[in-house]
Design a protein around this ligand. Structure first.
Ligand code: HAM
Length: 438
């Protein structure tokens, strides 16, 4: 008989996989809270319009979209950014500033499947609204680093590439390009690392081939890897906008240095990000060995809240994906093995003893202990074997003789010692034993 398979690119989480996912989410949530971010959530199904033109061509082509029974054009969310802009835009005047929000949620993109890329995946999103200056980027990049470093990853495992779409804009403007041409060049820069010269083809088709001298300048600019090189290149160009922008760069890098994070940060003008809405600083996190696709990406998007029909509100944020990140943790041996062991295993003589045991089992669970027992009658030997295999620290033994005396046996499975405990003192005895060092 044919069985039902999951759809391509969709994932199931068996308990061990879910334990790993929960571990990652727990650490991310803790990092966000330590930076003072508040958690929010939002619908998984959204009006298709929210993503059209706002997110960019690539995401638009990857949408899971359909018409619902009410005739509405809808899409499963491919990302959180337009949604969080709506949430904040709706209540911008009443929200306490600075607005620092995070979420952990599932997203859907009909992508070509490859290592670390699926059609449904989780992202940790963090965004700051209402802060136009590089202080917001400082906070977010520091938190991105913390979200990865909190698992034991170091600067030898990952780094953050930092770039700036503003700087690119101002530079290309100074070189004489208009806005449409600048956008086409940036789209080529975005793809240049992956496909080389072919990245300039769409520009050529739209505007004719890029002038050789200009192209050489673009290629030199995208290879810039330090603030000093950036300053040197721009010294010959000048202009107030570029000068002010370099001051923002100095501020951001100075702040990150003061936090002790310089070792994680690399200036890299080759990053411009594919999403349509980014306006200023952009950044992406990668594994140092360069074996995996991006771990995280983000940047400033000062126009998106306004484009959605609300008052203008500067914004910056990032998202970490769970798939590449879990691969990296596993590669580095930093994914803990999750064994869910009970504190107490109850070994029960028979039906009569079972009823006596139930009273204690429930009282222990209500007091917060993890307690297991065999759901049906088993020989003592099998129960002791099950107790040992469960990893329980303590066994409570309910035999007929013990119960007749008004006691149960408490066996320390770590020390292999046992003693009798009066029935009305089971909770205290378990508490004493479990709080004592093993
Ligand atoms: P993004 O670069 O499209 O940015 O995605 C961020 C991260 O999500 C990627 O670096 C990757 O780890 C993960 N990711 C994306 N697509 C997939 C996929 N198909 N399978 C597995 N993982 C994936 C954004 O989504 C922006 N909205 C981030 C942002 C938040 N910008 C500002 N605030």
């Amino acid at each position: 008989m044919a069985t039902f398979q999951t759809l391509p690119g969709f994932r199931e989480f068996y308990p061990d996989a879910l334990a790993r996912r929960n571990h990652i989410f727990r650490v991310w949530r803790h990092a966000a809270q330590s930076f003072g971010f508040q958690e929010y959530d939002a619908p998984v199904l959204e009006p298709l319009e929210l993503y059209k033109t706002k997110s960019g061509d690539e995401i638009e082509q990857q949408l899971f979209s359909f018409t619902d029974k009410g005739g509405r054009e809808v899409a499963l969310r491919p990302e959180m950014t337009p949604t969080v802009c709506r949430l904040v835009g709706e209540k911008a005047n009443t929200l306490k500033r600075p607005i620092k929000w995070f979420s952990i949620a599932e997203f859907y993109r009909y992508e070509r499947m490859q290592k670390g890329r699926g059609r449904c995946f989780f992202q940790f999103n963090a965004d700051i609204f209402g802060e136009p200056g590089p202080e917001a980027e400082t906070e977010l990049i520091a938190m991105l680093v913390q979200c990865l470093a909190a698992f034991g990853l170091t600067e030898q495992d990952f780094y953050v590439r930092l770039s700036d779409r503003n700087l690119w804009f101002y530079y290309l403007e100074a070189l004489g390009l208009d806005e449409a041409r600048i956008r086409a060049v940036l789209s080529a820069v975005d793809k240049y690392e992956k496909i080389g010269d072919d990245a300039f083809k769409p520009y050529g088709e739209q505007f004719g081939p890029l002038d050789d001298a200009l192209k050489a300048k673009v290629l030199a600019f995208l290879q810039i890897k330090s603030l000093a090189a950036l300053e040197q290149t721009l010294a010959g160009v000048g202009g107030d906008k570029l000068t002010a922008r370099l001051a923002d760069w100095r501020k951001l890098l100075g702040n990150l240095q003061a936090m002790g994070l310089s070792r994680f940060i690399e200036v890299d003008l080759g990053v411009v990000r594919g999403l349509a809405y980014y306006t200023g600083f952009v950044f992406e996190a990668f594994d140092r060995k360069g074996e995996l696709r991006a771990l995280a990406g983000g940047g400033r998007y000062d126009n998106l809240v306004g484009k959605l029909g609300y008052g203008e509100l500067p914004a910056v944020g990032f998202a970490i994906g769970d798939m590449t990140f879990a691969l990296l943790l596993e590669q580095r041996g930093l994914m803990p093995a999750f064994v869910q062991s009970p504190d107490v295993y109850s070994v029960i003589g028979g039906e009569k003893e079972r009823l006596a045991a139930f009273a204690d089992i429930h009282a222990l669970r209500a007091a917060g202990y993890r307690v297991e027992y065999p759901l049906k009658d088993l020989a003592f030997g099998k129960q002791f074997k099950a107790a040992a295999e469960s990893g329980a620290k303590v066994a409570l033994i309910y035999g007929g003789d013990e119960l007749a005396k008004g006691v149960v046996k408490l066996r320390d499975l770590r020390q292999r010692a046992e003693h009798e405990v009066p029935r009305d003192q089971v909770l205290t005895a378990v508490r004493d034993l479990l709080s004592a060092p093993a």
